[in-house]
Design a protein around this ligand. Sequence first.
Ligand code: AP5
Length: 213
Amino acid sequence: MMKLIIFGPPSAGKGTQAQKLSKKYGIPQVATGDLLREAVAKQTPLGVKIKSYLDTGKLGPDDLIVQLIKERVSKPDCKGGYLLDGFPRTMGQAKELDKMTDIDLVLNIVVDMESLVERAVGRRICPKCAAVYHVKFNTPKKTGVCDKCDASLIQRDDDKEATVRNRLKVYQEQTQPLIAHFKAKGNLVDVDGSAGIDGVFDQMVRAIDRLNK
Ligand code: AP5
Protein backbone atom coordinates (compact mmCIF):
# COMPACT_ATOMS: atom_id res chain seq x y z
CA MET A 1 0.00 0.00 0.00
CA MET A 2 1.64 3.24 -1.12
CA LYS A 3 0.05 6.66 -1.51
CA LEU A 4 2.09 9.31 -3.29
CA ILE A 5 1.63 12.85 -4.52
CA ILE A 6 3.50 14.08 -7.59
CA PHE A 7 3.63 17.82 -6.99
CA GLY A 8 4.95 20.74 -9.02
CA PRO A 9 4.02 23.63 -11.30
CA PRO A 10 2.16 23.28 -14.63
CA SER A 11 4.15 21.24 -17.18
CA ALA A 12 6.90 20.32 -14.69
CA GLY A 13 6.54 16.68 -15.78
CA LYS A 14 4.07 15.36 -13.19
CA GLY A 15 2.00 13.36 -15.67
CA THR A 16 5.06 12.00 -17.49
CA GLN A 17 6.57 10.72 -14.25
CA ALA A 18 3.25 9.53 -12.81
CA GLN A 19 2.71 7.30 -15.87
CA LYS A 20 6.20 5.78 -15.50
CA LEU A 21 5.87 5.28 -11.72
CA SER A 22 2.39 3.78 -12.13
CA LYS A 23 3.86 1.16 -14.47
CA LYS A 24 6.85 0.42 -12.21
CA TYR A 25 4.97 0.15 -8.91
CA GLY A 26 1.62 -1.14 -10.21
CA ILE A 27 -0.51 1.60 -8.65
CA PRO A 28 -2.90 3.82 -10.64
CA GLN A 29 -2.23 7.43 -11.58
CA VAL A 30 -5.08 9.64 -10.40
CA ALA A 31 -4.73 12.84 -12.43
CA THR A 32 -7.33 15.54 -11.86
CA GLY A 33 -6.45 17.25 -15.15
CA ASP A 34 -7.05 14.03 -17.14
CA LEU A 35 -10.30 13.30 -15.26
CA LEU A 36 -11.54 16.84 -15.91
CA ARG A 37 -10.57 16.82 -19.60
CA GLU A 38 -12.38 13.48 -19.99
CA ALA A 39 -15.51 14.97 -18.34
CA VAL A 40 -15.36 17.96 -20.71
CA ALA A 41 -14.92 15.73 -23.77
CA LYS A 42 -17.90 13.57 -22.73
CA GLN A 43 -19.94 16.68 -21.82
CA THR A 44 -20.95 15.24 -18.44
CA PRO A 45 -22.62 17.67 -15.94
CA LEU A 46 -19.19 18.11 -14.26
CA GLY A 47 -17.56 18.68 -17.66
CA VAL A 48 -20.07 21.38 -18.59
CA LYS A 49 -19.48 23.16 -15.24
CA ILE A 50 -15.69 22.93 -15.40
CA LYS A 51 -14.93 23.72 -19.06
CA SER A 52 -14.46 27.48 -18.64
CA TYR A 53 -11.99 26.93 -15.78
CA LEU A 54 -9.83 24.65 -17.90
CA ASP A 55 -9.97 26.98 -20.91
CA THR A 56 -8.69 29.94 -18.90
CA GLY A 57 -6.28 28.08 -16.62
CA LYS A 58 -8.21 28.87 -13.44
CA LEU A 59 -8.62 26.26 -10.72
CA GLY A 60 -11.99 24.51 -10.49
CA PRO A 61 -14.08 24.82 -7.28
CA ASP A 62 -12.66 22.80 -4.35
CA ASP A 63 -15.95 21.00 -3.61
CA LEU A 64 -16.24 19.60 -7.15
CA ILE A 65 -12.58 18.55 -7.25
CA VAL A 66 -12.65 16.90 -3.83
CA GLN A 67 -15.81 14.98 -4.78
CA LEU A 68 -14.13 13.83 -8.01
CA ILE A 69 -11.07 12.56 -6.10
CA LYS A 70 -13.17 10.82 -3.42
CA GLU A 71 -15.11 8.94 -6.11
CA ARG A 72 -11.97 8.01 -8.03
CA VAL A 73 -9.91 6.72 -5.07
CA SER A 74 -12.84 4.63 -3.81
CA LYS A 75 -12.66 2.46 -6.98
CA PRO A 76 -11.23 -1.07 -6.56
CA ASP A 77 -7.99 -0.36 -8.47
CA CYS A 78 -6.97 2.16 -5.77
CA LYS A 79 -7.16 -0.39 -2.93
CA GLY A 80 -3.40 -1.01 -3.09
CA GLY A 81 -2.53 2.69 -3.19
CA TYR A 82 -2.35 5.43 -5.83
CA LEU A 83 -0.39 8.33 -7.23
CA LEU A 84 -2.09 11.70 -7.03
CA ASP A 85 -1.14 13.99 -9.94
CA GLY A 86 -2.55 17.53 -9.83
CA PHE A 87 -4.23 17.19 -6.44
CA PRO A 88 -4.22 18.87 -3.97
CA ARG A 89 -3.75 22.32 -5.46
CA THR A 90 -5.24 24.64 -2.82
CA MET A 91 -4.99 24.71 0.97
CA GLY A 92 -8.69 23.76 1.11
CA GLN A 93 -8.02 20.63 -0.97
CA ALA A 94 -4.95 19.76 1.14
CA LYS A 95 -7.01 19.93 4.33
CA GLU A 96 -9.71 17.70 2.82
CA LEU A 97 -7.03 15.21 1.77
CA ASP A 98 -5.62 15.21 5.32
CA LYS A 99 -9.10 14.20 6.55
CA MET A 100 -9.35 11.43 3.94
CA THR A 101 -6.01 9.64 4.29
CA ASP A 102 -2.27 9.73 5.11
CA ILE A 103 0.18 10.29 2.27
CA ASP A 104 3.53 8.47 2.35
CA LEU A 105 5.55 10.80 0.15
CA VAL A 106 5.23 14.06 -1.79
CA LEU A 107 7.62 14.27 -4.74
CA ASN A 108 8.05 17.96 -5.58
CA ILE A 109 9.42 18.60 -9.09
CA VAL A 110 11.47 21.82 -9.20
CA VAL A 111 11.90 23.50 -12.64
CA ASP A 112 12.62 27.13 -13.65
CA MET A 113 9.81 29.23 -15.17
CA GLU A 114 11.06 29.55 -18.77
CA SER A 115 11.62 25.79 -19.10
CA LEU A 116 8.04 25.29 -17.89
CA VAL A 117 6.68 27.50 -20.69
CA GLU A 118 8.80 25.66 -23.30
CA ARG A 119 7.63 22.28 -21.99
CA ALA A 120 3.95 23.29 -22.07
CA VAL A 121 3.94 24.97 -25.48
CA GLY A 122 5.73 22.00 -27.10
CA ARG A 123 3.61 19.36 -25.40
CA ARG A 124 1.41 17.05 -27.48
CA ILE A 125 -1.00 14.56 -25.96
CA CYS A 126 -2.91 11.52 -27.13
CA PRO A 127 -6.67 12.23 -26.87
CA LYS A 128 -7.34 8.49 -26.64
CA CYS A 129 -4.90 7.13 -24.00
CA ALA A 130 -3.57 10.42 -22.43
CA ALA A 131 0.08 9.58 -23.27
CA VAL A 132 2.27 12.70 -23.17
CA TYR A 133 4.89 13.73 -25.76
CA HIS A 134 6.97 16.82 -26.57
CA VAL A 135 7.97 18.11 -30.01
CA LYS A 136 11.61 18.36 -28.86
CA PHE A 137 12.14 16.50 -25.57
CA ASN A 138 9.98 13.41 -25.98
CA THR A 139 9.07 12.77 -29.61
CA PRO A 140 6.88 9.89 -30.79
CA LYS A 141 8.37 7.37 -33.25
CA LYS A 142 6.13 8.74 -36.04
CA THR A 143 5.55 12.52 -36.00
CA GLY A 144 2.11 13.42 -34.66
CA VAL A 145 1.04 9.82 -33.93
CA CYS A 146 0.76 8.08 -30.54
CA ASP A 147 3.25 5.19 -30.11
CA LYS A 148 0.80 3.29 -27.92
CA CYS A 149 -2.54 3.50 -29.74
CA ASP A 150 -1.87 5.08 -33.16
CA ALA A 151 -4.23 8.05 -32.53
CA SER A 152 -3.33 11.51 -33.89
CA LEU A 153 -1.71 13.68 -31.22
CA ILE A 154 -3.24 17.03 -30.29
CA GLN A 155 -2.17 20.20 -28.48
CA ARG A 156 -4.13 20.97 -25.30
CA ASP A 157 -6.26 24.15 -25.55
CA ASP A 158 -4.64 25.48 -22.36
CA ASP A 159 -1.09 25.06 -23.72
CA LYS A 160 -1.15 28.34 -25.65
CA GLU A 161 1.56 30.61 -24.21
CA ALA A 162 -0.76 33.25 -22.67
CA THR A 163 -2.83 30.59 -20.88
CA VAL A 164 0.31 28.78 -19.74
CA ARG A 165 1.63 31.99 -18.15
CA ASN A 166 -1.71 32.47 -16.40
CA ARG A 167 -1.58 28.87 -15.08
CA LEU A 168 1.91 29.54 -13.72
CA LYS A 169 0.62 32.65 -11.94
CA VAL A 170 -2.28 30.67 -10.46
CA TYR A 171 0.23 28.04 -9.31
CA GLN A 172 2.40 30.63 -7.56
CA GLU A 173 -0.55 32.21 -5.81
CA GLN A 174 -2.64 29.18 -4.81
CA THR A 175 -0.60 25.99 -5.05
CA GLN A 176 3.02 26.80 -4.18
CA PRO A 177 2.06 27.67 -0.56
CA LEU A 178 1.22 23.96 -0.07
CA ILE A 179 4.96 23.20 -0.07
CA ALA A 180 5.20 24.66 3.44
CA HIS A 181 2.20 22.52 4.49
CA PHE A 182 3.89 19.31 3.24
CA LYS A 183 7.24 20.32 4.75
CA ALA A 184 5.57 20.76 8.12
CA LYS A 185 4.20 17.23 7.80
CA GLY A 186 7.74 16.02 6.99
CA ASN A 187 6.96 13.98 3.88
CA LEU A 188 8.17 16.23 1.04
CA VAL A 189 11.19 15.45 -1.14
CA ASP A 190 12.46 17.93 -3.77
CA VAL A 191 13.35 16.46 -7.16
CA ASP A 192 15.56 18.31 -9.67
CA GLY A 193 13.21 18.59 -12.66
CA SER A 194 15.86 20.09 -14.94
CA ALA A 195 17.27 16.60 -15.49
CA GLY A 196 15.92 14.70 -18.50
CA ILE A 197 12.85 12.47 -18.13
CA ASP A 198 14.91 9.42 -17.13
CA GLY A 199 17.06 11.45 -14.71
CA VAL A 200 13.97 12.75 -12.92
CA PHE A 201 12.52 9.24 -12.82
CA ASP A 202 15.70 7.82 -11.23
CA GLN A 203 15.58 10.44 -8.45
CA MET A 204 11.94 9.57 -7.74
CA VAL A 205 12.57 5.84 -7.68
CA ARG A 206 15.44 6.35 -5.21
CA ALA A 207 13.19 8.41 -2.92
CA ILE A 208 10.37 5.83 -3.07
CA ASP A 209 12.71 2.91 -2.50
CA ARG A 210 14.18 4.66 0.57
CA LEU A 211 10.63 4.81 1.88
CA ASN A 212 10.12 1.09 1.35
CA LYS A 213 13.35 0.04 3.15
P1 AP5 B 1 -3.46 19.60 -15.23
O1 AP5 B 1 -3.71 18.75 -16.39
O2 AP5 B 1 -3.17 18.95 -13.92
O3 AP5 B 1 -2.31 20.60 -15.60
P2 AP5 B 1 -1.00 21.08 -14.85
O4 AP5 B 1 -0.81 20.90 -13.41
O5 AP5 B 1 -0.94 22.45 -15.33
O6 AP5 B 1 0.01 20.07 -15.28
P3 AP5 B 1 0.30 19.71 -16.70
O7 AP5 B 1 -0.61 18.60 -17.15
O8 AP5 B 1 0.33 20.96 -17.52
O9 AP5 B 1 1.83 19.25 -16.64
P4 AP5 B 1 2.59 18.06 -16.00
O10 AP5 B 1 3.33 18.54 -14.82
O11 AP5 B 1 1.73 16.85 -15.87
O12 AP5 B 1 3.67 17.85 -17.17
P5 AP5 B 1 3.76 16.76 -18.32
O13 AP5 B 1 4.22 15.46 -17.76
O14 AP5 B 1 2.55 16.78 -19.17
O15 AP5 B 1 -4.65 20.60 -14.97
C1 AP5 B 1 -5.26 21.30 -16.04
C2 AP5 B 1 -6.36 22.21 -15.51
O16 AP5 B 1 -7.36 21.41 -14.82
C3 AP5 B 1 -5.94 23.25 -14.47
O17 AP5 B 1 -5.43 24.42 -15.09
C4 AP5 B 1 -7.26 23.50 -13.73
O18 AP5 B 1 -8.12 24.31 -14.49
C5 AP5 B 1 -7.87 22.10 -13.67
N1 AP5 B 1 -7.44 21.36 -12.45
C6 AP5 B 1 -6.65 20.25 -12.41
N2 AP5 B 1 -6.46 19.82 -11.14
C7 AP5 B 1 -7.16 20.69 -10.35
C8 AP5 B 1 -7.34 20.80 -8.94
N3 AP5 B 1 -6.76 19.93 -8.08
N4 AP5 B 1 -8.09 21.83 -8.48
C9 AP5 B 1 -8.68 22.71 -9.31
N5 AP5 B 1 -8.56 22.67 -10.67
C10 AP5 B 1 -7.79 21.66 -11.17
O19 AP5 B 1 5.04 17.37 -19.12
C11 AP5 B 1 4.94 18.61 -19.80
C12 AP5 B 1 5.77 18.55 -21.10
O20 AP5 B 1 7.17 18.50 -20.77
C13 AP5 B 1 5.49 17.29 -21.94
O21 AP5 B 1 5.53 17.64 -23.28
C14 AP5 B 1 6.64 16.33 -21.58
O22 AP5 B 1 6.97 15.46 -22.64
C15 AP5 B 1 7.78 17.30 -21.26
N6 AP5 B 1 8.67 16.85 -20.20
C16 AP5 B 1 8.31 16.18 -19.06
N7 AP5 B 1 9.39 15.95 -18.29
C17 AP5 B 1 10.45 16.51 -18.94
C18 AP5 B 1 11.85 16.61 -18.63
N8 AP5 B 1 12.37 16.10 -17.50
N9 AP5 B 1 12.65 17.23 -19.53
C19 AP5 B 1 12.14 17.76 -20.69
N10 AP5 B 1 10.82 17.69 -21.03
C20 AP5 B 1 9.98 17.07 -20.16
